[in-house]
Design a protein around this ligand. Structure first.
Ligand SMILES: [Zn+2]
Ligand SMILES: [Zn+2]
Length: 235
């Protein structure tokens, strides 16, 4: 861990102030109760497969072009102030925010983890090694580590790699995103019979998650679901 990461962790332990309103009631999540309550929590009346808002049924897009993943759980809607929190987490390596997101996600997911859809493996969205060098940490991996510990589910961040260094998806439209991400992952491991949860910070069009899910299914995975901290909704 580099010095900047260490410094941020020390800072996090010192700070009990709320990240959003700077009141001194940040408690252990770094957010005070009123700010927590005001977050744009992702509604449960969503497409079970891709988490777009519907009346609870499968959305038209998942019916016409079914994605390779089987289900999605989104904690928050990617909107103010979640966008700022996630940007801050990603670009400042605020590891205390990984703890915040993981704890909130675990709380939401806890009641849904039944024997029927038991997950055997937690896998973070892989980052290309060039980008990892630039940023110093994989934001999805830090959250995945915490969720793996909380749920006592095995963590795997080595079997599947991002072998294609691509421009950031954020600058591209849907068609370009699909093209950009095609063939970006490679998986060396036999994943036969495994039920896998992919962890990512934000799901926008779902193109990266879909490509990764496709790769995991090709490696034998039986069931793949996406666990994302925030879901972008069409404006
Ligand atoms: Zn607050
Ligand atoms: Zn859908």
């Amino acid at each position: 861990m580099n010095n900047r990461l260490k410094f941020n962790q020390i800072l996090a332990n010192l700070q009990q102030t709320c990240i959003l309103c700077a009141s001194h009631n940040g408690e252990n999540l770094g957010l005070c109760q009123p700010c927590l309550k005001d977050l744009p929590w992702h509604t449960t009346t969503q497409c079970p497969q891709c988490a777009l808002i519907t009346n609870g049924g499968i959305c038209g897009s998942c019916i016409s072009t079914p994605p390779s993943f089987d289900a999605t759980t989104a904690l928050l809607t990617y909107d103010y102030p979640v966008d700022g929190l996630l940007q801050h987490y990603k670009y400042n390596a605020s590891l205390n925010l990984a703890q915040t997101f993981a704890s909130l996600f675990a709380e939401k997911k806890h009641t849904q983890l039944t024997m029927q859809n038991a997950i055997n493996l937690i896998m973070p969205m892989p980052m290309h090694q060039n980008r990892l060098k630039e940023r110093g940490f994989n934001q999805a991996l830090e959250i995945a580590k915490l969720l793996s510990k909380t749920f006592a589910i095995k963590l795997d961040y080595t079997s599947c790699k991002r072998t294609k260094h691509t421009p950031p998806q954020a600058s591209l439209n849907l068609k370009e995103r699909i093209k950009n991400i095609k063939g970006a992952f490679s998986c060396q491991q036999n994943l036969q019979h495994l039920n896998i949860a992919i962890i990512d910070d934000v799901m926008t069009t779902g193109a990266s998650l879909n490509e990764l899910a496709k790769t995991l299914k090709q490696a034998g995975a039986a069931h793949v679901e996406c666990w994302v901290m925030a879901r972008t909704l069409p404006k």
